[in-house]
Design a protein around this ligand. Sequence first.
Ligand SMILES: [Zn+2]
Length: 373
Amino acid sequence: MKKKATAAKTEDLFIFDAHCDTASYLADKPWPFRRSPAHIDLAKATKGGLKAQVFAIWVDPLFAPHRALKRGLQVLRALEEKAFDPGLAVKVTTVAEMDKAVRMGRLAAWMFLEGGHIIENSLEVLEVFRTLGVRGMTLTHGKNTDWADSSTDKPRTRGLNALGRRIVAYMERFGMAIDISHVSDATARAVLQAVDVPVMASHSNARKVCSVPRNLPDDLIRAIGEHRGFIGVNFHPAFIARSVYDQIEDYFNLHESEIKARSRGREDDPAFLSDLEWEYFQRSVAGNDTVVLNELVDHVVHIASIGGIDCVGLGSDFDGIASTPSDLRSAADYPALAAGLRKRGFREGEIRGICGLNLKNFMRRVEKRGRKG
Ligand SMILES: [Zn+2]
């Protein structure tokens, strides 16, 4: 019994994850939310002690420019139909609503957009998503939008243009989390300059530990921390270890002509092309994936050392990634992650922060700033 006072059991932890793509599966597969092959379903959430989750409404940029909004609404509807309507998760839009849902023993679910192309350059569309309950937006995905650059596209805006500044100003004013995961370094720096509100990188790791464009350089980690923002570590092995990233790149290069041949005649079918890419993404890591969660903890340690212990948390990217660390395969494995943090010397209060309280405090800061508007 004495142990209980110091070592919190996982069921006592407030596990709150800043990013998953489970909603895409709900939209595209006949899977129910209660139990499915996905990384996150209600059974796994319950088993792993997951209390609150940000569900990304992800739209492949292949749907841009004119089919992204429809696809976004379809993914949002899938969440409503399969998770909220049957009462398997509670849609929340404030920290108070989240706390209430969790007190009642329910899974609290936030909705964010991923990414900015979904709003089709319209603040009115963003406003509609806000009234539907969306409380954050990743500004880009893998391609530039007309107003912000992606870390995996050719620089164009080199920051934010006037429309981009209006969009982040709107988000600041109305209490929506501004998410800079996926954006280029220049765009991230421009966002930090443009707003006073803290910003988040919902699912990004440290470039110092794994040198890939999707990860954050130290100056951005420091700036996000100084602005009391949030960084959620991404469980994708390719963002944890450079060798896996190279392996995926090599695989895609090797199969480039095969992918092109299979795409022929389907160039105007984004759903087909998106599924095709996902198929090769899954194949690219099959059997070669040897990353373990202790390597993920290296990123937590680094981000905490640069940005501060209060800025780091979880941004699993579950169901958006084709593989996971071998000992962190789904939301059911969160107890192993908590144990892994403990083993590396994090104190109980720090583990509570990393597992969810840091994200909760960040959302509270965003919300407070929004109310003032
Ligand atoms: Zn993402």
